[in-house]
Write a protein that binds this ligand. Structure first.
Ligand code: GAP
Length: 444
């Protein structure tokens, strides 16, 4: 099988697991779905929240110089004029007159030939704006047009002074936001990689221009460390792409790319955006967004270093990295299946961190009590049906790092068996030590 076919097959298996086990499935599927929109089921939504919480913890809660924001999705339309989105946020498109497919010119292997049917009868390329439009108020005319935000960072720039004054922060400091963004992508594709509705996690760090490059390097290193240590990305799974062509206002930009089954793709950007964003909003709003540096008696327009990552893409990257089919493992646990499907999810973001499995239904009362207790500290699931082996497999497939078996001996020795998803080794742990043991293993 060619490498391309293998990768396609791997992607198909991930998509099918996501649907079967309730991670991610097409939105409004009973009506045929809607292209570029995805729903997160019970496990998917748990995992999404865990990633969000981890990012927020790392970027906001553990830092005194980063504040949080939760702004609206619909902003004053001038925000998007000032940001340049209304005039420039567009793709060059062409339509095939033969098969009626629409294509992004920059993604066509040969811009004179339809990649779908091979026809050369194409329309002249034209600009297609990606902003999603709506109307605010009862009248649907040009005066009432508004837009769903295309990125979460613009409201951060708009609210910069409000946040600074309210928190009495001095430069350098950052503002972070997690929220939905919308783009009318022409070709949503590769599962959730390019969606029309998605969640971004962005942090804008405001500093004196003289220290801009130092802070750029700092944030680049911080973000790489996060992927290595918290999301367990190995060196062959991600790489840094350094932008050579920069926007006229930018001083430096890198992308953190990861190896999806369909190829390398951007996960996060760390960009030095100069004073561009605040200057534009100052100009368009007529409000002075400069910072008064009382220590040095001067006024400056802060420089911005941005870290911007998609939540949906993070989740897809983690799944792409985690999916595994293990044939050697099956015999170890006396199972008669050919392969064990397992997600090696980082314990910090696994939808279920611990499965509590009573050896027999007769032990339900004690096991359930233990489950309720542990569920206050970890994301737990209780499963009583089927053989222990079958229950292990069910948990392997959703990436549960630890399974706890409560057996008849537990009634006497007050200990339980903890089975590790990756090594499949088992530890006998006293219930009184369980919480510490799990916290250490999970990395809390
Ligand atoms: N504020 C800068 C900004 O929005 P971007 O490269 O357009 O930059 C940042 O987006 C991140 O948002 C990307 O690296 C990606 O993770 C995510 N993202 C962008 N477009 C997306 C889409 N259509 N679907 C899913 N995620 C997307």
């Amino acid at each position: 099988m060619s490498e391309e076919c293998k990768n396609q097959e791997r992607m198909d298996k991930i998509v099918s697991l996501c649907k079967r086990r309730g991670f991610i499935f097409p939105s409004s599927e009973i009506y045929g779905g809607i292209n570029g929109f995805w729903d997160y089921g019970p496990y998917g939504s748990r995992m999404k929240r865990a990633i969000e919480a981890l990012w927020w913890h790392e970027m906001v809660e553990t830092r005194d110089n980063v504040e949080g924001l939760d702004s609206t999705i619909i902003c004053h339309p001038q925000v998007w004029k000032a940001s340049g989105h209304l005039d420039q946020f567009s793709d060059l498109m062409t339509d095939c007159k033969h098969c009626k497919m629409r294509h992004r010119v920059d993604q066509m292997p040969d811009p004179t030939t339809c990649p779908n049917c091979g026809s050369q009868d194409l329309t002249e390329p034209r600009e297609f704006n990606l902003m999603m439009k709506t109307y605010v108020g009862p009248v649907f005319d040009d005066e009432h047009v508004a837009y769903l935000r295309a990125e979460t960072c613009q409201p951060i720039f708009v609210d910069f002074q409000q946040v600074r004054i309210a928190t009495r922060q001095k430069l350098p400091f950052g503002i972070a936001q997690i929220g939905k963004a919308f783009r009318n992508e022409i070709n949503p594709r590769n599962f959730t990689f390019r969606s029309r509705e998605f969640t971004q996690m962005e942090m804008e760090f405001f500093c004196d221009g003289e220290q801009g490059m130092e802070w750029f390097e700092y944030w680049k290193e911080q973000r790489i460390k996060y992927y290595r240590e918290k999301l367990q990305f190995k060196d062959d799974f991600f790489r840094i792409y350094v932008h050579e062509k920069l926007a006229h206002y930018a001083k430096a930009a890198i992308d953190i790319e990861v190896k999806f089954p369909f190829g390398w793709g951007e996960l996060e950007g760390v960009h030095h955006r100069g004073t561009w964003d605040l200057s534009r909003h100052s100009e368009y709003s007529g409000q002075d967004l400069q910072y008064v540096d009382h220590d040095n008696n001067r006024k400056i327009m802060p420089t911005v270093i941005e870290t911007s990552v998609g939540l949906d893409r993070t989740l897809l990257a983690i799944l792409s990295n985690a999916y595994d089919e293990d044939s050697a493992a099956t015999k170890k646990e006396g199972m008669d299946e050919d392969i064990r499907v397992v997600l090696h999810l980082p314990p910090l973001v696994a939808p279920v961190q611990l499965a509590v499995l009573p050896q027999s239904k007769k032990l339900s009362e004690n096991a359930e009590k233990l489950y309720r207790d542990l569920n206050r500290h970890f994301r737990c699931e209780y499963d009583v049906t089927g053989s222990i082996g079958k229950r292990y497999r069910r948990q392997d497939e959703i990436g549960t790092p630890f399974c706890l078996t409560f057996d008849f001996d537990s009634l006497n020795d007050n200990a339980v068996t903890i089975r590790d998803r990756d090594t499949m080794l088992q530890d006998r742990i006293n219930i009184t030590r369980l919480r510490d043991y799990l916290e250490e293993k999970i990395g809390l």
